[in-house]
Each structure stands twice: as C-alpha cells, then as structure tokens.
Design a protein around this ligand. Sequence first.
Ligand code: NAP
Ligand code: G4F
Length: 450
Amino acid sequence: MAKSALITGIAGQDGGHLAALLHSKGYKVYGVIRGQMETSHPRYQKLKNEMPYVEFVMADLLDLAVLVRTMQLVKPDEVYNLAAISHVGYSFKDPILTADVTGKGVLNVLEAIRLSGLEKTTRFYQASTSEMFGGLDYNRPDVGYNEDSPFHPRSPYGVAKLFGHWITRNYRESYGMFAACGILFNHEGERRGPEFVTRKISKAVARIKLGKQEYIELGNVDSKRDWGYAGDYVEGMWRILQHNKPDDFVLATGETHSIREFCELAFANIGIDIKWHGKGEKEVGVDTKTGTTLIKINPEFYRPAEVDVLTGDPSKAEKVLGWKRKVNFPNLVKLMVDHDLAEESGSLYTDITDEGPLRHIVFFSMKTSASDEEMDEAIGRLKKIGKKTNGARLWNVSKSMDFRKGRIFIQNTVFDSVDSFEKYRNSKDHADFAQYMSKIADWSTGDYLE
Ligand code: NAP
Ligand code: G4F
C-alpha cells in the first residue's frame, strides 16, 4: 500500500517542494493549511491548482484538539513538521506568537501523534535550524557547525526552535518515537518568500532590469550564510525519515557567502557590475557603467541581535544518508534571477509558428499554474503586437507538470527554445505536443546541476 505523509506548513517554501517529491515517490500526501478556507477560497484554489494531488486539512499548530483529530483521521506513516513563524526578523516583533507556534507548536504535533496512539507507527520530522547555533564564539569557520556543536540562539525564533529541537529528542528518548530533526542551513529558491533576503534581492534585480524598480534597500550586507537550494534539502528530509533509526542531521553546503556577494552575483546575471562606496548606513552599491545607485542600506532591516556567520558541516548526512546538495551557489543565484525575470515580465510566451496565424500559443509560467485571467492577458498582449490568435490552441504547460519539472522546463525553454521548437516543428506531430513537453522536461534536469 502507498505510504502516507502529513506535511504541516505545506503552503510555505519547503512544503511545496516536499509535497512534489513525496508525490513523485508514490506517497498519498496530506497538507495542513490554516484559516477558514472554503474550497471556493482563492488561496485554497491556488494551492489546489499547484498541488492537485494533495489532500488539504485545515488545522493550526496552536490548536491541539484539531491536530489530534487530524492525526486520527489521516493516521500518517510520516509527519513532516514544517509549519512555523520562520522569519527571524519578525520573531523579534512578535516573540510570544513565535514561541507559541515555532516552539510549543512542535509539542502540540508530537502530543497529537501520541494521544492518537500513533507514537509507535508514525515517523516524525522536525524542521530544526542552523539559527540554533547563533554564529557566535563557537563557530568553526574552517569546517562548520555539526550535530555536536553547542547551541547559542540569537533570536526569539532561534530560542523557540531550540525548544522544538529538544522536545523532539525528548519524545524520542521518552516514548521510543521515531522522531528526528534535520538541522537545516539556509535553503532558497524560486518558492522562497519575498521577505527573505535572497528572494528580495533576486526579485529586485529582475524588477530593476525591467525598469519596474529603481533600487533595493537592505540591512546588514556583511552577514554570511550557508545557502543551498530548497529542492535538494527536501530530499534530505525524506532520507532522514527513511534511515534505520531516528537521528539528527545537519544539511548544508559547507560554503558560506555574504549578502554582499549574493547581490554582486545577482546583478552580474543581468550584466551589471556592482561596486560598493561609503560605510555603514551611508554605504551604497553602484552600477560601475552608469554610476546609478542600485543598493542602499536601510537600518529598518537591522536586527536587535545578528547571526554574523553560518557554515554547516554536512559530512554526517553525506556519509550516513548518502545525501549531498546538487545546486551550487552561482547556480542558485542564477536560478532565482532567471525565475524572477520570467515572473516579473509576466510570463514567457513562444510563438511556435513563424508565419501566418498562430496555431499554438504556449503559456510558460514559472508558477505551477496560470489563472484564466493570466491566459487572457497573454492573448491580449499577442493581439496587441498584431498576432492573429483565432483558432490557435492554447497550452498551459505548467498546469500539467509538477513544480520542479515546471521550473526545469522553463529553464530549458529559456536556454534551448530555438532547438526545442525546431524539433517540434519538424516533427509535424502537433497532437503529441503535451507528451513531447514532458519529455523535454525530463531530459533537461541537468540544467542547474553541477
Ligand atoms: P515558510 O515558507 O515560512 O513556511 C512556513 C509555513 O508555516 C507557512 O506556510 C505558514 O502558513 C505555516 N504556519 C505558520 N504558522 C502556523 C500555524 N500556527 N499553524 C499552521 N501553520 C502555520 O518556511 P520554509 O522556508 O518553508 O521553512 C520550513 C520550515 O523549516 C520552517 O519551520 C522553518 O523555520 C524551517 N527552516 C527553514 C530554513 C530555510 O532556510 N528555509 C532553514 C532551517 C529551518 P501560512 O502560509 O498560512 O502563513
Ligand atoms: O534571509 P534572512 O531573513 O534569513 P535568516 O535570518 O538567515 O533565516 C532563514 O534561515 C534560517 C536558517 O539559518 C531559517 F531557520 C529561518 O527560518 C529563515 O529561513 O536573512 C539572512 C541575512 C540576515 O543576516 C539578515 O540580517 O540577511 C540579512 N539581511 C540584510 N538585509 C536581510 C536584509 N534579511 C532580510 N530578511 N531582509 C533584508 O532586507
């Protein structure tokens, strides 16, 4: 029988990647979302469009009763607890809520499993974090933090996560539960929330390139993070729960880069060379060719306490789980900028016929699905530039693919569109188009791999 998994925080960055991964492995996937969502609610519909294979369950980490009901209903083989107030800066503004959700919420999920009598059968994954290390005196800059490094959290978020980490270990030791923690270093990508620095930068770079924004304001550009790609990290989460015993694992790249470097590389992807001038709050990042200021410092984004440097040592996960990140730092930055260029410019449309009225309009969306309004807008734009659309067949490519494939496919079209469409055109097999699409999605998986 197919395994079942319950993902809390499915609407977040990791939730989407993990749902797609588990679905591709044949799991029945349940996802916890919160709010009073009727199935007609636009947010519900968006999630359902993105993950049609997921069965959504309304629950909140603050509500033990509903979590118990959820466990009794679903009886999952695996629970991935990804839900949290996860923004470190915000946790200083709302520390009580952060403690309740990010800390005590973990206990609620564990108790719900136990009270439902599932503690011997359900495997539990807790989303622990490198923020628990804090980057202070105990850092090991040469090798990075590992599973035995001491903790010194520097934010309400980090403190709350430490509670979640230890209560998970406590349930493992007290009740013999298969309860494991992944201590994950920063992981980013096209699904990252725009409130996190990498996505804020990649989005701004795309918008600046398209003339939709003048500059970006950032806080501390000197802190350093060990940044990987979220798609790689959810594979690690899954491996942690497939191991023969519950244990804790660091997932990281082993490299660290500053926000400054991220900015420079992101701008380099659109052909802009950044040079820095000035100090502290007066510092600016300037386009060397035009002299235009593209980066400013705004103390609003400083934090009361900062984690200066984080580097992780993933050697245990590499050795024991056979896990290794695939996407390297330059490719991560490129992937995000490419994505945001496509997203910010609307979407990518390709006219696959070069003469006469359009026979096919291919809608390439970086998102997992395009709404009817977006499709209408696309057609409107084609008409505006004089394309005849009558009788053309409309392909909403992304709708037929899962998220990872969607991304890969788009990158493929960005780089290989001429080739791909020549092949299609020569095949004369228009009816087989959808199948052809999924084939090229498969063979292009190497685009961002090292
Ligand atoms: P994210 O995008 O912020 O997603 C967190 C999700 O938690 C959101 O979908 C949110 O729901 C949900 N949530 C918040 N409060 C809730 C509540 N009271 N009840 C139920 N759901 C609630 O985070 P992420 O980047 O995917 O990270 C996943 C997990 O890994 C988090 O626990 C995070 O702290 C941890 N982590 C992340 C990283 C990283 O670099 N991304 C590194 C280490 C650890 P709404 O969508 O309704 O707001
Ligand atoms: O992107 P960030 O907000 O991520 P942060 O604080 O490292 O936390 C993320 O990673 C953790 C794993 O280590 C997760 F547990 C956590 O849930 C979250 O996913 O900030 C990164 C750095 C910080 O030093 C921050 O001060 O970027 C600096 N920064 C500079 N300007 C900024 C900004 N951060 C944000 N969010 N926005 C800015 O404008």
